[in-house]
Design a protein around this ligand. Structure first.
Ligand code: 5GP
Length: 206
């Protein structure tokens, strides 16, 4: 059975919902799953590495990439720009690998415009107040920055109905959320429209 090009999974949702932790845990379970590293003009947080967590670019470098159509989408979030590098995504999917990325909500919707077949997954905590608690606990943003991220979170949730799936990342239940996400990725593989007529015919004729 020929599976065709890889599938594109987009995990989005408010800052503090746990996208990074969840996607890291998922990747540990799915060795073949590729991850799209974004570019950003924000400064690295302690422990973040260039090329692994983000490509950390200067404003000029980001502009240069924009000028050469190097991003599939980009968005200014809280004073910094973030973008999805085009080449890696296109190459990885055409090589048949499944790919996951985690942009904010506008980026997710822009990706769906370009790749209508992309699977959009919204991630939320079980209660909104834990967004603030998680952002406070990680101690990487100032109080003003946290307040702005929470405002943005309320705006982001308004777009939830444009997504295909909702995963709840409840406090102390990371494993359950990873399993839910894993199940979605697994099931998407078997949607009937993913099978070409040719591959179905081959089965019938063999
Ligand atoms: P952070 O500064 O916390 O790493 O990221 C801030 C927000 O930018 C998060 O919601 C994150 O998902 C989003 N983000 C990260 N990479 C991209 C990207 O390539 N495109 C877009 N549109 N958003 C991104």
């Amino acid at each position: 059975m020929v599976y065709g090009p890889g599938l594109l999974f987009v995990v989005s949702g408010p800052s503090g919902a746990g996208k990074d932790t969840l996607v890291d845990a998922l990747r540990a379970r799915m060795a073949r799953l590729r991850y799209s590293v974004s570019a950003t003009t924000r400064a690295p947080r302690p422990g973040e590495r260039h090329g692994e967590h983000y490509f950390f670019l200067t404003n000029e470098e980001f502009d240069r990439s924009l000028a050469t159509d190097g991003f599939l989408e980009w968005f200014e979030y809280n004073g910094n720009r973030y973008g999805t590098p085009r080449d890696f995504v296109e190459r990885t999917l055409s090589e048949g690998y499944d790919l996951i990325m985690k942009p904010e909500v506008h980026g997710a919707l822009a990706i769906k415009n370009t790749f209508p077949d992309a699977v959009l997954i919204f991630l939320l905590p079980d209660r909104f107040s834990s967004l603030r608690e998680r952002l406070l606990a990680r101690r990487t943003e100032s109080n003003e920055e946290i307040a702005r991220r929470l405002e943005i979170a309320h705006q982001e949730v308004r777009h939830i109905r444009s997504f295909d799936y909702l995963v709840i990342n409840a406090e102390d239940k990371l494993d359950a959320a990873v399993t839910d996400l894993h199940t979605i990725l697994h099931a998407e593989r078997f949607r009937i429209h993913r099978f070409s007529d040719d591959s179905l015919r081959t089965v019938e004729q063999s």
